[in-house]
Design a protein around this ligand. Structure first.
Ligand SMILES: Cc1cc2nc3c(=O)[nH]c(=O)nc-3n(C[C@H](O)[C@H](O)[C@H](O)COP(=O)(O)OP(=O)(O)OC[C@H]3O[C@@H](n4cnc5c(N)ncnc54)[C@H](O)[C@@H]3O)c2cc1C
Length: 424
């Protein structure tokens, strides 16, 4: 079959690779000049199969009120009259019940666990390197209250059969030796040892090269303007070359189309009557060259106080976090940079912050935290999007699902409740 994949982020590239392996003739279309230049560019680098939960959880509305007024706020809300924003927030709040949380979390864990297996196989099969490490995620508590509150996470991890260790101060220092310099600032931690880390940009680029070797064609610098649908079946896409809008549009034909446009996916689907509740939730990161490795993290440390992830990527520290609800904007606020700098220099001052690069990306968030993977009401049109906070983590399993669904094969895990039809 002729398959067009829309988007060359981590979800588009992993999908294209699996589709090519399944024997399809694949073209990837993206407006950028290369792979992973939008949200997959500089995320926090956690591949956290165990530390994997929806943001919509019981108690979050009350916590959110507190976060909004913190100096180094993990949550920033810039309300405006935007129906999509308001309706997404209402739906997100309606998912903050124990029942919804349990359903959403089990869906995410199923996909994350499948992705763990898929990533290991992909690594073995391709041999690609991406500053990967397999040393776990340490959720770090600065107060006894945070440590006590982690009891409910521990219960959930035990119930889901995910390996974990509750650590005291010395235990944290054993896992992350650089913390010995700041031992008085921490009280304990929760380690999920099976979690991994790695550079999503490097991985996506290396996999795009492998996909190209399998025959995948990449059409960069090409903006997707619309989907071409006739009699309820997708037959291609309408595109425009970057900077070429005046010279008319081009049509590309296909038997199947996979939408992997991240936060921009709902905009393309709306004219077809497909209401995809994905909204951009902005996050920020800093990438800092390491100058003193003895004061840098070994793996990922999640600073629970500021909800900031601090990760070792080769000879760099990546610090990422914050959730800003402000629509489709990538502007870089200095206050956000100071929050990231504060968290990293307080715990791991082993990098040269003056040489750091500052970045923002739009997480494609669903209100229930679970991505949207599967068919739509339009024949031949599939979605692989809405991966929110954990798109890098869940990419390899999501791509394998899409490879099977597009090829008409039964997926290896249950995928029915991941499709857009779950929203009714
Ligand atoms: C600060 C931050 C930290 C994060 N940390 C982690 C983490 O530690 N671990 C983790 O698992 N996840 C993390 N994430 C989430 C993860 O980065 C995303 O879920 C993932 O990158 C989404 O990938 P995607 O392929 O869906 O979207 P994207 O990477 O945004 O790809 C979509 C592509 O579509 C293209 N596109 C869009 N519209 C058009 C159009 N009209 N025409 C042509 N092309 C178009 C874009 O150019 C882009 O290349 C983080 C995100 C942020 C912002």
């Amino acid at each position: 079959m002729k398959v067009i994949v829309l988007g060359a982020g981590i979800l588009g590239v992993t999908s294209a690779y699996q589709l090519a392996k399944a024997g399809h003739e694949v073209t990837v279309v993206d407006r950028q000049p290369g792979p992973a230049l939008e949200t997959s560019f500089a995320n926090a680098g956690e591949v956290s199969f165990g530390y994997c939960s929806p943001w919509a959880a019981p108690g979050i509305p009350a916590k959110a009120m507190k976060w909004l007024f913190m100096k180094h706020a993990p949550l920033i809300l810039r309300p405006k009259f935007d129906v999509a924003m308001l309706s997404w927030m209402v739906r997100m709040l309606s998912n903050c019940t124990s029942e919804r949380y349990a359903i959403n979390k089990s869906r995410m864990l199923r996909l994350a666990d499948y992705s763990r297996i898929a990533l290991a196989e992909l690594r073995a099969e391709t041999g690609i390197a991406y500053d990967e490490r397999m040393q776990g995620t340490l959720q770090l508590f600065r107060t006894q209250q945070q440590l006590d509150a982690s009891a409910k996470d521990v219960k959930a991890l035990a119930a889901d059969g995910i390996p974990y260790e509750v650590l005291d101060r010395d235990g944290c220092i054993r896992v992350e030796p650089a913390l010995k310099h700041v031992r008085e600032k921490i009280v304990g931690g929760l380690l999920t040892p099976k979690d991994e880390t790695g550079d999503c940009f490097k991985f996506t680029n290396a996999l795009a090269a492998k996909a190209e070797a399998l025959g995948v064609r990449f059409a960069y610098g090409t903006t997707i303007e619309a989907l071409d649908v006739e009699a309820g079946r997708v037959c291609g896409v309408v595109t425009a070359r970057a900077g070429n809008h005046d010279r008319g549009r081009e049509r590309m034909s296909a038997d199947a189309v996979v939408v992997a446009l991240g936060s921009y996916s709902p905009l393309l689907l709306k004219p077809l009557g497909i209401r995809l509740p994905v909204y951009p939730v902005k996050g920020y990161s800093l990438t800092i060259p390491i100058t003193d490795a003895s004061r840098a993290p070994e793996s990922t440390v999640m600073d629970e106080t500021f909800k900031i992830a601090i990760t070792r990527l080769g000879d760099r520290i990546r610090v990422g976090g914050m959730a800003e609800i402000s629509g489709y904007t990538n502007d870089l606020g200095l206050a956000r940079r100071s929050t990231l700098e504060h968290s990293v220099t307080d715990l791991f001052p082993g990098g040269d912050v003056s040489k750091a690069s500052f970045w923002s990306g739009l997480r494609p968030m669903t209100p229930d935290g679970t991505p949207v993977i599967g068919p739509t009401k339009i024949k031949g049109l599939f979605l692989n999007t809405g991966h929110g906070t954990l798109g890098w983590t869940m990419s390899t399993g999501s791509a394998r699902l899409i490879g099977d669904l597009v090829s008409g094969r039964s997926p290896e895990i249950d995928a029915k409740d991941l499709a857009v039809s779950r929203y009714g």
